[in-house]
Design a protein. Structure first.
Length: 187
């Protein structure tokens, strides 16, 4: 049962990032996990409970990888590695493996309760990790971290929304340049 639960969360994590919350039906999730609609309720109380747990897992995986880099490489190098991985065409083309902010962040704004709380918690953790790697004075780090996170997620969203790969590449390259400036800024 625990393995099946884990499989459902894994499939949901991918599907949410591919289709968003609104575009992901319970029937689609259960079909992907090989369960019936009735089998779902053996694992979760509601779709919201499933989405909250999947969102929590997505952020946990991303932030754990970020934290591991910070511990092994240092805060600044860990942040640079995070940004380098984030701002790639691979991330643009494979939303099911990437950050939930550009994937289903707009859907979250329409959610209530646990889903929104879990998403907020994930964003706060990521912001804290970003803050550790910035060179600017501590009093300015929160603002710069928000700016950087907004730049990253916005650039990926824009690059995904275009049907012109050259333009997508331009967006990512421009965002990389600005992200580097934010990371290196001492004020």
């Amino acid at each position: 049962m625990a393995q099946r639960h884990d499989e459902i969360i894994s499939e949901t994590s991918k599907m949410l990032r591919q289709r968003g919350i609104v575009g992901t039906s319970l029937a689609d999730l259960m079909a992907a996990a090989g369960l019936t609609h009735g089998g779902f309720y053996k694992h979760f109380d509601s779709k919201d409970a499933l989405v909250a747990e999947a969102t929590e897992r997505i952020f946990a995986e991303i932030n754990t990888r970020f934290e591991e880099r910070v511990q092994s490489q240092g805060a600044r190098a860990g942040l640079k590695a995070y940004v380098t991985e984030y701002l790639t065409l691979a991330h643009v083309k494979k939303p099911e493996l990437g950050c939930p902010i550009p994937s289903f962040g707009p859907d979250i704004s329409r959610e209530q309760g646990a889903v929104r709380g879990v998403f907020t918690g994930g964003v706060k953790t990521t912001l804290s990790l970003i803050m550790e790697g910035l060179l600017c004075p501590p009093a300015d780090r929160r603002e710069k971290a928000v700016e950087l996170m907004s730049l990253l997620s916005g650039a990926v969203s824009m690059a995904r929304a275009t049907d012109d790969e050259k333009l997508s590449s331009e967006i990512i390259a421009s965002a990389r340049k600005r992200a580097s400036q934010i990371i290196e800024a001492r004020r």
